[in-house]
Write a protein that binds this ligand. Structure first.
Ligand SMILES: *[C@@H]1O[C@H](CO)[C@@H](O)[C@H](O)[C@H]1NC(C)=O
Ligand SMILES: *[C@@H]1O[C@H](CO)[C@@H](O)[C@H](O)[C@H]1NC(C)=O
Length: 253
């Protein structure tokens, strides 16, 4: 960019340019101050498990301070030098470029301060906030909207299968936590339905008995009850035909 002119740039500062530079550096100092305040507000530093939470947090802060443009790919750096009326570059420095560069630098320092040491290793060599942002987006691209949908699907389709009740709850909890890490929260009542839906038919009468209760069980209560039911189910003969099964279920309830 304008490399042919760079040799003469040092001699070309006018007093207007100097004044404007002083003004932009004042502005930048205040935005740096703002950003360093923001990084003390930031609680969650980015690590490998909390990208969505971190990103959301950054976007809220940047949006609040009208600095969201750091994440906007379509905004490109202004030219370093001004152009003359015929469109050729002059040796005069473009103040918009200086402001942009200082803004970028402040953003970079801010973003850098919100990364945990492991993540810092990913951004080595990046000199601009935009670059850091892009590297992180690429690295964590799998946790996109479709990622959230598939995490949700994972939770909804968990089946007890041959797992123990505790093993089944463990799987449900892990899927629940993975969703929580991307800011999708599933409440207990919905979890109860998911748990019932994933139980094998041996638990049908138990499930309908619980479902008709007017109060909502906590996860812990349901876990205790299901552990009891598991022992009952295990005691039943394994190769029952459907008639004796119905009898067993009726007998139990
Ligand atoms: C602008 O650049 C073109 C091509 O490099 C050159 O022919 C032209 O004379 C320049 N115009 C001015 C005003 O210097
Ligand atoms: C980024 O932050 C780390 C630790 O917070 C610091 O050691 C490092 O010097 C910073 N890098 C830059 C280029 O500011």
């Amino acid at each position: 960019m304008a490399s042919a002119h760079s040799g003469s740039s040092s001699s070309s500062f006018t007093s207007t340019a100097l004044l404007a530079m002083a003004t932009t550096s004042l502005l930048v100092n205040s935005s740096l101050l703002l950003l360093s305040n923001m990084s003390s507000v930031m609680i969650v530093k980015l690590d490998y498990g909390n990208y969505i939470v971190w990103k959301h947090q950054i976007e809220v802060i940047l949006d609040t301070y009208s600095m969201i443009d750091v994440t906007d790919e379509s905004i490109t750096a202004p030219d370093r030098f001004l152009k003359d009326s015929s469109g050729n570059f002059t040796a005069e420095i473009n103040l918009a470029f200086i402001a942009w560069k200082n803004h970028e630098h402040a953003m970079f320092t801010f973003l850098n301060s919100t990364l945990s040491p492991l993540i810092l290793a990913l951004t080595v060599g990046q000199k601009f906030a935009r670059g850091v942002w892009r590297v992180l987006e690429r690295r964590f691209a799998s946790i996109s909207r479709s990622g959230v949908i598939s995490l949700r699907n994972d939770l909804n389709t968990i089946k007890k299968g041959v797992d123990s009740i505790d093993g089944y709850f463990q799987k449900i909890k892990q899927a629940h936590d993975r969703l929580a890490a991307v800011l999708v929260f599933v409440d207990d009542e919905e979890l109860l339905h998911i748990i019932f839906d994933g139980l094998p038919f041996e638990y049908d009468s138990f499930s309908s008995a619980i479902r008709t209760r007017s109060d909502v069980l906590s996860m812990e209560e349901l876990n205790v009850l299901l552990n009891v039911e598991e022992r009952v189910v295990k005691k039943r003969p394994t190769n029952v035909d459907s008639a004796s099964l119905v009898m067993a279920v009726n007998f139990h309830s």
